[in-house]
Design a protein around this ligand. Structure first.
Ligand code: MTE
Length: 312
């Protein structure tokens, strides 16, 4: 997000599959990938497996879904590189088992969950959401997951819990990119308590009916559809309930450009580009960006009386 001016992204910027395959061949030829990793470089053993018992939900959209290929090869996951094709090429090194998520801080019932427990915590449902990246592109993705409030309720937050902080895996052995200084790792995001409790806020474990590919944030990630995509932290290991507003990785890096709220808002420009329009991946012409990414009727009341230019 520091790297390019997203208003300029063209459909041709999406790495065509042939180039992606070419890159893989090149890397294999160079012996960069270990023999065993060649076949599964972009997915671990579980990624790609169908998720059983997924319920349909009321969260559907009358909009064309982004292709699985685009959604899994055009990614932002800076721990695996800043190029859009980098996460798909490199995230095979992420080991998603064993995996635990620790829920702690201002809660009556702190707990460390094994990922297998989380998969059974609440019924899994499919929810088709728009994802609008702050860079000016968007997608429509059928996520599979359960609402964040399922975890919050079980944690029994104390009266001091005003915000929730999300922390991503910080293990340079699995993610060599963490040795770089693109951001001050780990990737941290945060929500206000009412935002975290909102029924739209999802913890996703899959997409397109399958286990989440590593590059999309396996084994568990946040999805907050009315906020810019960077709020949706990937590969979460820690959920901390806190009294003070968390300092997110992007606020730490560039506070003048990335605020805590980061609600999609066509009237509040990024300091370096307009947010009025967006390019839906797979389409040629730009479309208007919608306030709160089109979810205003469900979320606007949380921000009543707030100056959204100030609290960007
Ligand atoms: N989570 C982590 N841990 N690291 C990241 O770099 N990038 C964010 C978000 N979550 C990011 C992250 C950004 S900028 C976007 S737009 C979305 O992930 C992209 O999600 P997708 O690749 O599944 O479309």
């Amino acid at each position: 997000m520091l790297i390019r001016k997203p208003g300029d992204i063209l459909p041709s910027d999406i790495t065509p599959p042939e180039i992606y395959r070419e890159r893989r061949r090149f890397m294999q030829g160079m012996g960069v990938l270990a023999a065993g990793a060649v076949l599964g470089a972009t997915r671990d053993a579980r990624a790609g497996a169908k998720l059983a018992g997924v319920r349909a939900s009321a969260y559907k959209l009358d909009e064309e879904r982004t292709s699985f290929k685009d959604a899994t090869t055009y990614n932002n996951f800076y721990e695996f590189g800043t190029g859009k094709a980098d996460p798909a090429a490199s995230a095979g090194s992420l080991k998603t088992r064993p995996w635990t998520v620790t829920v702690e801080g201002e809660v009556g019932r702190p707990r460390t969950y094994d990922i297998e427990e989380l998969l059974k915590l609440a019924p899994l449902e499919e929810r088709v959401y728009r994802l609008r990246c702050v860079e000016g592109w968007s997608m429509v993705i059928p996520w599979v997951g359960f609402p964040m409030h399922e975890i919050i309720r079980r944690a029994a937050p104390t009266g001091n819990a005003r915000y929730v902080e999300f922390v991503t895996l910080n293990d340079p052995r699995q993610i060599p990119g963490l040795r770089s200084h693109v951001l001050d790792w780990p990737y941290v995001e945060g929500l206000r308590m009412d935002e975290a409790m909102h029924p739209l806020t999802l913890l996703a474990v899959g997409m397109y009916g399958e286990v989440l590919p590593n590059q999309n944030g396996a084994p568990i990630r946040l999805v907050v559809p009315w906020k810019y995509g960077f709020k949706s932290a990937k590969s979460i290991v820690r959920i901390r309930f806190v009294e003070k507003q968390p300092l997110t990785a992007w606020m730490r890096a560039t506070p003048s450009e990335y605020g805590f709220y980061s609600n999609v808002n066509p009237e509040v420009d990024h300091p370096r580009w307009s947010q009025a329009k967006e390019r839906r991946i797979g389409e040629f012409f730009k479309r208007d960006t919608l306030i709160f990414n089109g979810y205003g009727s469900q979320v606007a009341q949380m921000y009543r009386g707030m100056d959204l230019k100030k609290y960007f």
